[in-house]
Ligand binder design. Structure first.
Ligand SMILES: Cc1ncc(COP(=O)(O)O)c(C=O)c1O
Length: 367
């Protein structure tokens, strides 16, 4: 058996029949490519799904972060608190607006350790950029409480958070703005790059719409900002909107796969499984199913020899990449995690047989 980490052709089969006529119509009949009705329709559907008032389609999840910080008015010298255990784009966005990334450690659920946020706040701190990693939300209540007391903005990097719930509310619905990525490996992935910013703030929505379109308000003919060309392609929006009705079932399947892993891998070797809560505070959407083990590299090799694909996010933590000039941060849990984590195959088209095979080979390794 061959079980790749993700299997895009098999995943696309889920909605292929629906997508083919949509692509044909948008491309060949309407030739609707930039900022057309499909984009507006998808923005509306996505905002509704998250439970927010507005959504602005942008070119990718990295640009979404850049535009959020720009819309907030973050300027050189400001500090933004975030984590090192994230995709580098989170930290790069802070750097790109001239601000200073202040990195704090993560807890054992791979998300920001809320106890470390307040000690990192200074007079220069303007925002906390939380990252909902692996399809699990951060512990939002204490984060929102600190932010409100210290007058800081909260931005959620929800590139990996779509569908995750915290006390019944969706990831991406807590901060002043939240960002999403539709990179093909993501829970909702398009046929290329794509991203979205979600907000309840009408003024920010307007600013973001201008910023993504070279700073222009096309209806008035005004140029209000130095902006970017960072629009979500209309064709990608049409594709994503066609996938939207499948999203709840795709997440349900991820949760079912996670449950099988959880049952099949409990108590094996020194494997540490993702946190599972008995109450409904956190309901994860499993962008990734991440295990921890001191024998990570050997396990990955063994799984590869048995045609099982895995992913390490990330073998070298961001603050250990010398050219990023972040190595003054002391982040012991982030470093331990980087040595020990392994993401197992996880996507909605995984069969029970494939999951059982991954569990069997993992058990075999520890025997
Ligand atoms: C946590 C996180 N933030 C930001 C991004 C950037 O998204 P994109 O690849 O769409 O630019 C990603 C994508 O991998 C991510 O995982």
């Amino acid at each position: 058996m061959n079980v790749p980490f993700v299997d895009l052709p098999k995943q696309i089969e889920i909605f292929k029949k629906d997508l083919e006529p949509v692509i044909r119509e948008v491309m060949f009949q309407r030739a609707d490519f930039i900022m057309r009705q499909d984009l507006l329709d998808f923005e509306k559907a996505f905002a509704g799904y998250i439970g927010a008032a507005h959504a602005v389609g942008v070119a990718n999840g990295s640009d979404a972060l850049n535009l959020c910080l720009s819309a907030l008015g973050i300027v050189p010298g400001d500090e933004v608190i975030t984590v090192a255990h994230t995709f580098v784009a989170t930290i790069a966005a802070i750097h790109h607006c001239g601000a200073i990334p202040v990195l704090v450690d993560v807890a054992d659920d791979y998300n920001i350790d809320v106890r470390l946020i307040e000690p990192a706040v200074t007079k220069k701190t303007k925002a906390i950029m939380v990252v909902h990693l692996n399809g699990r939300t951060c512990d939002m209540d204490p984060i929102l409480e600190i932010a409100s007391r210290r007058k800081l903005a909260v931005i959620e990097d929800s590139a990996q958070g779509i569908g995750a719930l915290y006390k019944g509310k969706k990831a991406g619905s807590f901060g002043v703005m939240s960002t999403n990525s539709f990179y093909p490996f993501k829970i909702l992935g398009c046929f290329g790059d794509g991203g979205m910013i979600v907000t309840n703030d009408k003024t920010l929505d307007y600013t973001l719409r201008c910023l993504r379109d070279n700073g222009q308000d096309r209806t008035k003919g005004d140029i209000l900002y130095y902006g970017w060309n960072s629009r979500l392609d209309n064709l990608q929006a049409a594709i994503l909107n066609t996938m939207m009705p499948y999203l709840p079932d795709m997440i349900k399947r991820r949760r079912a796969v996670a449950r099988r892993y959880q049952e099949g891998l409990r108590g094996i070797g020194d494997i540490r499984l993702p946190p599972y809560n008995s109450d409904d505070t956190f309901v994860d959407s499993f962008q990734n199913y991440v295990i921890r083990t001191s024998r990570r590299d050997a396990l990955q090799k063994y799984l590869r020899e048995h045609d099982i694909g895995t992913l390490i996010s990330w073998p070298v933590p961001n603050h250990r990449h010398r050219n990023l000039q972040l190595d003054h941060f002391f982040l012991p849990n982030t470093e331990a995690i980087s040595r020990e984590v392994l993401s197992l195959p996880m996507h909605p088209a995984l069969t029970d047989g494939e999951v059982a095979y991954v569990i069997d080979i993992t058990r075999q390794f520890y025997r």
